[in-house]
Design a protein around this ligand. Structure first.
Ligand code: MN3
Length: 201
């Protein structure tokens, strides 16, 4: 089974003006495609591993042979994280979570604005390339975590609910060095329905 690039669930310009169409095109069609291609290349000749889903691979990295483990972790993580990321955004997104997720966020962080402040701070202060996530951790509690490079929360047994890509390729064309502005605008693209679905799953 070859891993394939999922189609975006919306048009390239759907997240304008918060994320521009050119960034989406390069990010999805070039960067994400490259992770898929390099994951497939790394798995070449490993028929047993080719049967696994990317979730199964990333959840059990210690069963990946050492000589391909880093390539599989980086490119499998890149494929998986971006596949999640596209669905966590939508046209006319933003607003606030509702229902059980809103209650859980309020219980853990005080209120939604305090949660957003903590999440944005984690995203702004992450040094270098990586992601910031709202996860359900091993104790079934909500937590904000940073991951380096393309490391994925599922490799640590955490369930990712919401994630933000803070690699420069995610924002540089429009925002250059202004990562905090990208983060602030990105809230307007968040698909809270999807985040709630992730929480309930
Ligand atoms: Mn990216």
């Amino acid at each position: 089974m070859k891993h394939t690039l999922p189609e975006l669930p919306y048009g390239l310009d759907a997240l304008e003006p918060y994320i521009d169409a050119k960034t989406m095109e390069v990010h999805h069609d070039k960067h994400h495609q490259a992770y898929v291609d390099k994951l497939n290349a790394a798995l070449e000749g490993h028929e047993d591993l080719q049967e696994l889903t990317v979730e199964e691979i990333l959840s059990n990295l210690d069963r990946i042979p050492e000589e391909i483990r880093i390539a599989v972790k980086n490119n499998g993580g890149g494929h998986y994280n971006h596949s999640l990321f596209w669905k966590m955004m939508k046209h006319d997104g933003g607003g606030e979570p509702t229902g059980d997720l809103a209650d859980a966020i309020a219980k853990k962080f005080g209120d939604i604005s305090k949660f957003k402040e903590s999440f944005a701070n984690a995203a702004a202060t992450l040094f270098g390339s990586g992601w910031v996530w709202l996860v359900e951790n091993n104790d079934n509690e909500l937590e904000i975590v940073q991951t380096r490079n393309q490391d994925s929360p599922i490799s640590d047994g955490q369930k990712p609910l919401l994630g933000l890509d803070v690699w420069e390729h995610a924002y540089y064309l429009k925002y250059q060095n202004r990562r905090p502005e990208y983060i602030a605008n990105w809230w307007n693209a968040v698909n809270w329905d999807k985040v709630e679905e992730n929480y309930k799953s």
